[in-house]
Design a protein around this ligand. Structure first.
Ligand code: SF4
Length: 100
């Protein structure tokens, strides 16, 4: 069992971390993040589920196996987009340097 926090929905209230700090943590950006690790301990699972159910914005969801495949695809698309932006920035810098 794994969890994921949607940072676009999280308001950083800290409720999840106070209910289950083994799984949820408030990061420097002020939003919660779930550990990227399979949770096997039953008590921790129960606490994490309580935290998910208690989240006031519904930002926490359980990651299912099919989600993991989807998440990997989304990560790849995101990486490609970031690479394109990086390439364009590098091209601009190169062009500017050549102009000089
Ligand atoms: S309980 Fe929900 S809204 Fe509050 S910090 Fe956790 S994920 Fe964010």
């Amino acid at each position: 069992m794994k969890f994921k926090v949607d940072k676009d929905v999280c308001i950083g209230c800290g409720a999840c971390a106070s209910i289950c700090d083994e799984v949820f943590e408030i990061k420097d950006d002020g939003y919660a993040e779930a550990i990227d690790k399979e949770i096997t301990d039953d008590e921790v699972k129960e606490n994490a589920i309580s935290a998910m159910e208690g989240c006031p914005t519904g930002a926490i969801r359980e990651v299912k196996d099919e989600d993991k495949v989807k998440d990997k695809k989304e990560d790849k698309v995101k990486d490609k987009k970031e690479d394109k932006v990086k390439d364009k920035k590098e091209e601009k810098i190169k062009d500017k340097n050549e102009e000089k």
